[in-house]
Design a protein around this ligand. Structure first.
Ligand code: ADP
Length: 702
């Protein structure tokens, strides 16, 4: 609402003052607002009220004068030029003195309805005739009109001008007070709303504990509604601070949220330089402010944004993004309390973000602790944790305690020099692990409590535990692996021996046959030897190749079918198949399981020289499928039941005579079972026969 003079000055008091003035000076006076509202009128002359204003023609002239006055009052002329004197259309003198407050022309003080010289009766008589007044009564009223000297009027004008000035001053004071009061009330209202908003958000559980997306939306929506800003968004820098991405934006009019827009930092240097300096960006007019002009065409103009208030959002102590208030509509002046409020909102967002990060870190820690515990307590490898500075053991897992033959409590008192058989090398490796963040040591020698030195393979790395930088060593005892490697070498020489024996026989007999004329019977005998030796060689080579090229690959095997496959090869023996219905398909490498069965079946035939039944069966037992081959042969002595699964182990038995073999059949069965996460074993009663069992888990491999 436009401000009025009547709002600033007490009109009855003004009226009393003006009336006293009129009595003292005899000058009629009035105060009018620019729209023509008469606030005070004193000493009004009868000639005006009873004649000029009442009669159509006089009234028309009066209005003409008023129209002129209004024009003057509306324009800036009166306000700038000060006093204005004129003769009204009905012939009386008027002086207008503007009352200007804070450069606003709020009212005009009029002195008037007087004459400078005795009235020109001829003019007034003619006016009485023209307007149809009662001539005598009109002249009588005319005689009441005071006649003043110019000087007296000027004195009065000077007085009234000062008086108008005084009124203006008082008015200005009151105006200021009114405006201050208005803005104070306005500000208090704003502050109350802001405080309520901060209080509400501050106590919101979702802010630090719950759904981060929800908390963000709450913050943005509250900011938009409290400040009545159309668009409020959170923008976050990427890792190398080359881009800023809108994490979430709330639009007040549609009440909807969006996200995803990106701005390249390099495209808007002035804007981002301010943000990077951790400064609040208060822009009342985005089109003229040098910090935002560069955003005008691509961002501000298309969205109708006119004013912006951007506050840095701190993440872990530095500027991680901005809380951006974008005002749409006429240019807006941001108040200090609004800037403070947006800062508080940005702080609340930082709090929510840090809460989320903390929760994530806690989850990760919990997860890593769980993994650590799992790893640490797992039965597989030995784990030793030690301080890389002092080389003292901090903790070990039960597997380590078992391997080194200490109790865990004893182990925790050890220095790593106590378990390493090469302390100097050991220190060097610790240094390397620290500088490279991790190390794989393929071979080192450690010492057990009883002094036994054994080979180990170590994977070491650094990790932080309860704010300490520690070194973890995962130690694997490779005694067995080395033994196997040795065995491999032995096997190679063994194999070459095994190959050489049949080859020698084959070459010898062939040579003999070529060089000599032998009778047909002898020829047959020699050729049979050559054939037998060739078959042995073939078997040896096949087994060897299978061992070498073993690769996992799973198919579905119907065990029943495999059993049937083997039956035609038996002559002396009776084959029984015990395959109860209901055993479903087993996940396995069909070819390899078939190979294992063939090995077991051929052994059953070989090692039951008197014939008898051979039973092949399958059944489920718990979570496993069992495949077994039973014979009624020579059996396996108790002390050899494990040994026969090792390479090249063959047992002597008087009943066997010249039964050939390689000692590789059962090791292959063992490999195949292990490959299927299963195992093989033998149950036997000497002279009554043996049962060889393979068990494979029914669940498919993960
Ligand atoms: P090969 O049969 O070629 O000698 P294997 O590895 O298959 O080699 O078997 C190793 C040894 O285990 C055999 O030499 C034999 O002494 C013993 N063996 C295997 N199967 C049986 C069985 N069914 N009954 C008795 N002994 C067996």
């Amino acid at each position: 609402m436009p401000l009025r003079f009547s709002d600033l000055v007490d009109i009855p008091t003004l009226h009393r003052v003006m009336e006293s003035l009129w009595r003292a000076s005899g000058l009629s006076a009035g105060v009018l607002e620019p729209d023509g509202t008469v606030l005070v009128a004193t000493g009004t002359q009868r000639i005006c009220t009873e004649f000029h204003c009442r009669h159509p023609e006089g009234g028309r002239r009066c209005r003409q004068s008023e129209g002129l006055t209004r024009k003057l009052m509306e324009g800036s002329w009166l306000a700038e030029e000060g006093t204005f004197e004129y003769v009204c259309r009905n012939g009386l003198v008027e002086v207008a003195i503007p009352i200007v407050i804070e450069k606003r022309h709020l009212a005009t003080l009029f002195l008037g309805q007087f004459l400078y010289r005795p009235p020109d009766e001829k003019f007034f008589r003619a006016q009485a005739v023209r307007c149809g007044y009662d001539e005598e009564k009109y002249l009588e009223a005319l005689r009441e009109v005071p006649v003043f000297s110019h000087k007296k009027v000027m004195d009065c004008v000077a007085f009234n001008a000062s008086f108008a000035g005084l009124l203006a001053h008082l008015g200005a004071q009151k105006l200021k007070w009114t405006e201050a009061e208005g803005s104070l009330i306005e500000r208090e209202k704003r502050l109350r709303l802001q405080n309520e908003a901060i209080l509400r958000l501050g106590t919101l559980r979702s802010l630090t504990e719950g759904d981060f997306e929800l908390a963000t939306r709450e913050i943005l929506e509250t900011t938009a509604r409290t400040l009545d800003v159309e668009r409020v968004g959170i923008w976050l820098f990427n890792r190398n601070r080359s881009k800023i991405r809108c994490f979430s934006l709330f639009e007040l009019s549609g009440g909807k949220s969006s996200s995803g827009m990106e701005l390249k930092v390099g495209d808007y240097p002035a804007y981002f330089a301010t943000i990077e300096k951790d400064r609040t960006l208060t822009v009342h007019d985005v089109y003229t402010d040098p910090r935002t002009v560069e955003l005008r065409d691509c961002y501000l103009h298309p969205r109708g944004i006119t004013s912006m208030l951007d506050v840095p959002v701190r993440v872990n102590g530095k500027v991680g993004g901005i809380l951006c208030c974008e005002h749409v509509g006429p240019v807006r002046q941001w108040s200090l309390d609004e800037q403070n409020f947006v800062s508080s909102m940005a702080d609340l967002f930082s709090l929510a973000l840090e809460g989320k990060n903390r929760r994530r870190a806690e989850d990760a820690l919990r997860e890593s602790e769980a993994k650590y515990r799992l790893l640490f307590t797992s039965e597989s490898d030995a784990i030793i944790i030690f301080d890389p500075e002092t080389l003292r053991v901090v903790d070990v897992n039960p597997a380590a305690a078992r391997l080194y033959q200490y109790t865990r409590k004893e182990f925790r008192r050890l220095h790593l020099g106590d378990i390493s058989a090469e302390p100097d090398k050991f220190r060097e490796r610790v240094r390397e692990t620290v500088s490279r963040d991790g190390l794989r040591i393929p071979l080192a020698y450690h010492r057990k409590r009883d002094g036994d030195v054994f080979p180990v393979e170590i994977a070491s790395g650094l990790f932080f535990w309860k704010k300490r930088r520690l070194l973890v060593g995962i130690v694997r005892d490779i005694t067995e692996r080395q033994a196997i490697a040795r065995m491999k070498d032995e096997m190679l020489s063994g194999v070459s021996h095994e190959i050489r024996t049949p080859l020698t026989a084959m070459i010898g007999f062939t040579q003999f046959l070529l060089d000599n004329d032998t009778d047909p019977e002898k020829q047959r005998e020699y050729l049979a030897v050559i054939l037998r030796e060739s078959e042995r060689l073939q078997e040896l080579i096949e087994n060897l190749l299978s061992l070498q090229r073993f690769r996992a690959g799973f198919g579905v095997l119907d065990l029943h079918e495999v059993a049937h496959l083997f039956s035609p090869t038996l002559e002396k023996h009776r084959l029984v198949i015990e395959c109860p219905p209901g055993l479903g398909p087993v996940f396995c490498d069909e070819k390899k399981i078939r190979q294992a069965l063939i090995n077991l079946l051929s052994n059953a035939v070989k090692y039951s020289p008197d014939g008898g039944s051979i039973t092949i069966g399958t059944r489920t037992e718990g979570d496993s499928a069992l495949i077994w081959v039973q014979d009624e042969g020579i059996g396996v002595p108790e002390d050899s039941r494990e040994q026969i699964f090792d390479r090249f182990v063959r047992l002597w038995h008087p009943a066997l005579g010249k039964v050939g073999g390689t000692g590789l059949g059962l090791p292959l069965v063992k490999e195949i079972a292990a490959l299927h996460r299963g195992r093989v074993w033998v149950e036997s009663a000497p002279s009554k026969g043996s049962i060889f069992c393979i068990s494979i888990p029914l669940s498919p491999p993960g």
